[in-house]
Design a protein around this ligand. Structure first.
Ligand code: PEP
Length: 254
């Protein structure tokens, strides 16, 4: 099977950081360097409160907007939640779903993530679906089984819509810890995930889906990670809060 060309995608997950004015400044700084950059897809995921402002800053550029979470319902009595159409209303194109912080702190299961993925696609959003094992699972040799179950559960029943999904492999032990997976460890898991996609869907689809790496990616380690054959981009936390670091990582993704 010929290798498909997969355009790299770098997304910044700002988590619960940045006031509206700080978010506008960060987005402006990134825009001044990357407004016309086309060698990789670029996504900024500020907190909900700053989505509209960042949307206004990046309008008319190639930089896209993403949210960090959403509810699966279209509207109704879900106090505190945000729907897919509300995200489209502020010009979001992407939404991060099933981040490990949501899985562990807010009890999101694969079933919940699956409902959200389907709702995102139905609402014209591209889901960035996060999977990844915790340290104890890696050390006990269970990482592959855990990740396979998350992939299968989170993407169950998607059919042809699987082509609209981006996957982020984020070993939980590497998120926000400064401990990065080695390029070999990351590549091995990415290739494994591609194999799982091939067995659930088909080989053609598996070759076309983009799989980002996430977990303490920064300018000093991004080049080697991003040059691995099955690593198609990065989901960046801490380093995305600094315009210079984020821009440097994007420029390494070709
Ligand atoms: C993340 O939260 O998705 C992440 C990868 O964080 P960090 O880059 O800070 O490890």
């Amino acid at each position: 099977m010929a290798k498909k060309l997969r355009k790299k995608i770098i997304a910044g997950n700002w988590k619960m950081n940045k006031s509206v004015s700080e978010a506008a400044d960060l987005a402006s700084d990134i825009k001044s360097d990357l407004a016309d950059y086309r060698d990789a897809d670029i996504v900024l995921c500020p907190p909900f409160t700053a989505l509209k402002t960042v949307s206004d800053v990046i309008t008319q550029t190639h930089i896209k907007l993403g949210a960090q979470n959403m509810h699966w319902a279209s509207d109704g009595a879900y106090t505190g939640e945000i729907s897919p159409s509300m995200l489209r209303d502020v010009f979001c194109h992407y939404v991060i779903l099933g981040h490990s912080e949501r899985r562990t702190m807010f009890n999101e299961t694969d079933e919940i993530v699956n409902k959200k993925v389907k709702a995102a696609i139905a609402g014209n959003l591209c889901p960035i679906v996060c999977v990844g094992e915790v340290l104890q699972e890696r050390e006990s040799g269970a990482a592959n089984d855990v990740v396979k179950k998350q992939v299968a559960g989170s993407l169950a029943g998607l059919g042809d819509d699987i082509g609209k999904v981006v996957i982020a492999y984020e070993p939980v032990w590497a998120i926000g810890t400064g401990k990065v997976a080695t390029p070999a460890q990351a590549q091995e898991m990415h290739a494994f995930i591609r194999g799982v996609l091939g067995s659930i869907f088909n080989e053609d689809i598996a070759q076309s889906i983009r799989i980002q790496y996430g977990g303490s990616m920064k300018p000093s380690n991004a080049g080697e990670l991003l040059s691995q054959p099955d690593i198609d981009g990065g989901l960046i936390g801490g380093a995305a809060l600094d315009a210079r670091s984020f821009v440097e990582i994007v420029r390494l993704a070709k």
